[in-house]
Ligand binder design. Sequence first.
Ligand SMILES: Cc1cc2nc3c(=O)[nH]c(=O)nc-3n(C[C@H](O)[C@H](O)[C@H](O)COP(=O)(O)OP(=O)(O)OC[C@H]3O[C@@H](n4cnc5c(N)ncnc54)[C@H](O)[C@@H]3O)c2cc1C
Ligand SMILES: *[C@@H]1O[C@H](CO)[C@@H](O)[C@H](O)[C@H]1NC(C)=O
Length: 523
Amino acid sequence: MELAQRLVLLALLLAVSSPCKFIQSPMDFGPLNVVPPTTTKASSDFGRLSFGTPCAVLKPNSAEDISLLLARLSSSAAAAAFGGRVTVAARGAGHSIHGQAQAPDGIVVEMGSLPPSIEVRRGPLLSYADVGGGAMWSEVLEETLKLGLAPRSWTDYLHLTVGGTLSNAGIGGQAFKHGPQISNVLQLDVVTGKGELVTCSPAETPELFYAVLGGLGQFGIITRARIALQEAPHKVRWARAFYDDFRTFTGDQELLISMPEMVDYVEGFVVLSEHSLHGSSNAFPAHVGFIAELRKDRSRIYYCIEFAVHDYQRRETNVEQVMEKISRKMRYMGSHMYSVEVSYFDFLNRVTMEEATLRSRGLWEVPHPWLNFFVPKSGINEFKDLLWDYVSPEDFMGPVLIYPLLRDKWNTNTSAVFPETGVSDRVVYVVGILRSTNPNTCSLQCVRDLLRHNRELAEAAGEPRIGAKQYLGRHPSPGHWQDHFGSKWGRFASHKARFDPLSILGPGQGIFPRSADPTMSSV
Ligand SMILES: Cc1cc2nc3c(=O)[nH]c(=O)nc-3n(C[C@H](O)[C@H](O)[C@H](O)COP(=O)(O)OP(=O)(O)OC[C@H]3O[C@@H](n4cnc5c(N)ncnc54)[C@H](O)[C@@H]3O)c2cc1C
Ligand SMILES: *[C@@H]1O[C@H](CO)[C@@H](O)[C@H](O)[C@H]1NC(C)=O
């Protein structure tokens, strides 16, 4: 590192140390907390439910800057000077829901400040991209497509960072086939809580590699990831099929994921109202025919499977014939299957269109009391019945996603948590209850009530009844976190002791709180 850069960093550290050291409680977050007056980007997130103001924001120029910061904070001098209080959180795109990327009174590392670096290698056996931890998946897609390549496993939305989704799992409609994004990583560069910059993989320092994948930002900061790539298709045949019966819907989803040689993507959602079809209707106008069906009986609940087939435009495969072959095996309602052909980029980037629509209506930057679960197949019918106690079609805004994954595509060495009960279930469902609230009609008290209902649903869906595990959840206490990890807790805690012994990293998750930690304010 250049001397000048070091001096800048040192100056920053000095500036940082003073407020953290001398201000005991910069803001009084009373029981009915409000947004602190001086919010910065780093004190908030997509959820708009939790707000924690950091003392400072680090805008790193390199992985070495992050390493220097963490090494200093771990030194005995720093521990004495800061009273062991300063915490650090990496912030990717800040698309967390409950403040997971925040560091109240600590230091937020803005990963987007790292130089955007995406290097694509095409190999005869294996192609991959080396990407910075702060890169957005949309950027990775744009760069890899230039060489006709692309990552294999995606999230629905691409304005998320590589480091952010790999710290959780990264799931979507390709996960049944290729596993979650954490199953498609070959190597990582990680700065541990002690400031060590380590290159790790299944062969080198595998404990750190697997700990960090799904590790919720607790063990280190990912500064580079090597992502496996495949040939990108030219086009995608994207289909939606409608159901009025839940078991037929899930039966067909399980049929689709049993044919990975033909099917490339499978998701599904509850058609709560006409509204839930409009969300992405500019991208997918073809189901207009179904809207008439919906209007006939508004009291019914319908389900929609979304699936896709990649079109490589090779002479030996005719995508229309493949679609035909698949749809003959399915049991959707009457003629209610619609499909469109779109470019691969537009298919993967489809949620951006919904984002634009919601932004134009002032409904993007609103509180999002989201709830995501992994539900074992044995409990999915019971879960669906439970769901209607918490979601009513009349007032629910946002999608309710339901789609299957396959357990054997998950590497149990990673930190990601998957249901333990019903281990015999090879199929596990993702259920995403992605509610938006309209500030004009849902007050602070209304948001609080929704959060309470969410906790009740999570309670009811867990052990012993259904054995669902939350995904992207923010558990209310260390005890709840231990229950969440179940038999994986011991390993998770021992990794913490090894890679971040002072518990500097990831305070916003609330897994390893220190007695002196300030709390964030929440709705
Ligand atoms: C509209 C929308 C759609 C979504 N769709 C999906 C989906 O289809 N599938 C899915 O799996 N998820 C989905 N998500 C959830 C998303 O994957 C998580 O919220 C993820 O954390 C967001 O990434 P981020 O870059 O915004 O992370 P942040 O919110 O910035 O960070 C998340 C956590 O990771 C840590 N972290 C961030 N960067 C690093 C790093 N480089 N190294 C170590 N730790 C780090 C943070 O400290 C924090 O604890 C969606 C979210 C939104 C808002
Ligand atoms: C899990 O980790 C151990 C130890 O590093 C390794 O021997 C084993 O092959 C790993 N399993 C998988 C499925 O990667």
